[in-house]
Design a protein around this ligand. Structure first.
Ligand SMILES: Nc1ncnc2c1ncn2[C@@H]1O[C@H](COP(=O)(O)OP(=O)(O)OP(=O)(O)O)[C@@H](O)[C@H]1O
Ligand SMILES: [Mg+2]
Length: 264
């Protein structure tokens, strides 16, 4: 049963992994797998999972019932005092964000919720970004599942990303969209240490080596995995998957390679 989070000790800097890409490419599935894999690492990592897709699915893939959303807090803060960034307003916003964090089994979850309406949200959004950056420093890992496209990432969540994973299928269309998203991501007002593509849903007839000629950094390949597809179709979570299911093993390999490279 989900319950409220308590503040954690501050870490120097969280490793932030953001997942982006085309609609339906497998972003949420891979983000949820990364959370599961980090949880199973030795040393009990502290993890914040961020569901930044208005059509929130990460929570259910992780088997969590969220206690609130940032969208509700933002709406409330704007309605009460549209342009203000006074001390009381800041304190109340910080308190409300804390209340919106769901504590799950071994990790915390923050759900961004629907995008803002037509009014002016600049003051509230600026405060939110500041608090979310502060919040990140309490965790060792922050995993952000984004909605399709990249435009929303810097506006709605964070300015600092360590690894930006673009998820795409290894098809001509997938390669085209991965290239576009890669170019767009480079222009965003974001500090990104590393960016690359994860080719997901790879089938035996499309060898990953075929993609080597494309000039996009590659993080790795994840096979189409019927067990994953069937489990999620039945409304199961990533924690119901077998440890040795091929997609999970592939994501594990990619994650370990990246984290080892980061540590060097
Ligand atoms: N490697 C895989 N093997 C088998 N099925 C997969 C794999 N990756 C994703 N899927 C399936 O593909 C579907 C879409 O995945 P998912 O919801 O993660 O995509 P998404 O990019 O988050 O979509 P959206 O853009 O709608 O948020 C789901 O049914 C999921 O189970
Ligand atoms: Mg998704």
């Amino acid at each position: 049963m989900a319950k409220m989070a308590v503040p954690r000790r501050k870490f120097e800097m969280a490793t932030t992994i953001a997942i982006g890409g085309k609609g339906g490419s497998g972003k949420t599935t891979l983000a949820a797998m990364i959370v599961r894999l980090l949880l199973s690492r030795e040393g009990k990592e502290t993890i914040l999972a961020v569901d930044a897709d208005p059509n929130s699915c990460l929570a259910s893939m992780l088997g969590v019932q969220p206690v609130g959303t940032i969208a509700d807090i933002r709406e409330d803060a704007r309605a009460k005092s549209p342009g203000s960034a006074g001390g009381d307003r800041l304190r109340s916003l910080e308190y409300n964000i804390q209340q919106a964090i769901t504590e799950a089994d071994g990790f915390d979850l923050l759900v961004m919720g629907r995008p803002e309406g037509p009014g002016c949200y600049c003051a509230v959004n600026n405060m939110l970004r500041k608090f979310l950056d502060q919040l990140s420093s309490r965790y060792q890992f922050v995993i952000i599942d984004n909605e399709a496209g990249m435009e929303h990432l810097s506006r709605r969540t964070t300015n600092n990303v360590d690894i930006l994973c673009i998820v795409a299928e290894p098809t001509p269309l997938g390669v085209l969209t991965a290239g576009r998203i890669f170019e767009l991501a480079k222009k965003l007002p974001l500090s990104v240490k590393e960016i690359g593509v994860i080719w997901n849903n790879n089938r035996v007839d499309v060898a990953c080596s075929d993609i080597d000629k494309f000039e996009i950094p590659q993080l790795g390949c994840v096979p189409f995995d019927k067990a994953v597809f069937d489990a999620l179709m039945k409304g199961k979570t990533v924690f119901d998957l077998e440890d040795n299911t091929p997609a999970l093993l592939a994501v594990s390999g990619i994650l370990e390679r990246r984290l080892n490279a980061e540590a060097e």
